[in-house]
Design a protein around this ligand. Sequence first.
Ligand SMILES: Nc1ncnc2c1ncn2[C@@H]1O[C@H](COP(=O)(O)OP(=O)(O)O)[C@@H](O)[C@H]1O
Ligand SMILES: [Mg+2]
Length: 400
Amino acid sequence: MADTEPAPQNPDFDRVNFLELRNSQLAEAIKRVESERHYMEAEILRLQREVKRLKTELDRLRYPPLIVGSVRDILTDGRVVVKSSTGPDFVVNSAENVEHDKLSVGCRVALNKQTLAVMGVLPASVDPLVTASEIVEKPNVAYSDIGGLSDQIRDIREAVEYPLLRTELYKKVGVEPPKGVLLIGPPGTGKTMIAKAVAHHTHATFIRLVGSELVQKYIGEGARLVRELFQLAREKAPTVIFIDEIDSIGAKRLEVATSGDREVQRTLMQLLAEMDGFEPLANTKIIAATNRPDILDEALLRPGRFDRIIEIPVPSYQGRAEIFRIHSAGMAIKDSIDFDALANHTDGATGADIKSICTEAGMFAIREERDYVTAADFDRAVEKVVGEEELRKESVTMFA
Ligand SMILES: Nc1ncnc2c1ncn2[C@@H]1O[C@H](COP(=O)(O)OP(=O)(O)O)[C@@H](O)[C@H]1O
Ligand SMILES: [Mg+2]
């Protein structure tokens, strides 16, 4: 039942309808413009940010270049002694934003071109020519600091020190000194000490390289580092190169080789090539040390390489007494200490063990607020360190 009756004719109806329609159209338009305005405002903000970004970028690019230098010393007043890659040393201030705990002697820094003020701390470089100051050192160990190894000290002086000092004499007499000396012996017996003492007494440049560091720290760079070190050694000759823990790079090659093994192998090949590359009478000598001579690659021991082996044994009774005397010399001791008795009770102890006994004796005094050490402190220290040693050995055999 559709309603067929037409709508009543209202003359105003169309007009009202029209106005309503127009109204809604205008409202729509307002909405659109409003949203356009929002969009534009957002766009303005975006562009303002972009301008700001480009301005800082421009500033950054216009920033004057910084000079690379290294820190020589840090003064108590906070100023820093720097050395730029060229030229002399300068005392300078450092910028406020530089983290002072990161500043240390030997680290690389960026310097303002005009004032040479420290602007930032740079990460260490692996390039030995840049960080030469880290690798080249003047050790502070004298032969007299080493107890009980007089034969070994004589051997190494004949093999390393005299050829460096008296090259002409060796040439005239016609004997070829060894190119490389290998120190073998248990840990803590003084191998590193001896190498340092040689460098101390020869006044030669001393370049120290630790095998395990070479493998872990300079991954993929080992061979290059070895090459550059020998280059550095030639430039700074006379030089003693000391390779500590050489077993890390010079272990026998096994059949199954991982990529890490291959990298270690490349480092070793480079080392062998460098050693073969110079004359026995050249003023570069190589000392290496290891506690694991049994795992060394024979290639290292061929003539013309490490062809002089010096064994550094665990100290004898007399050696131990001597080492006790050396390490307690700087201590405030009451009465007198019977070093021979101490040596008697420390059979099998290494130099490093004896050093820790002396430190431990001092600790007993400090714990009891005394400013002197007594014979009883030493006895307790021996008991403690030797006891710990025994425990350690037991656990080693347990796990072996
Ligand atoms: N023969 C020694 N005379 C004096 N001190 C020694 C001796 N051997 C070892 N020491 C002490 O032990 C520490 C470690 O010795 P180190 O030379 O590093 O042993 P190695 O290199 O053979 O493992 C030295 O810093 C030193 O204090
Ligand atoms: Mg050592």
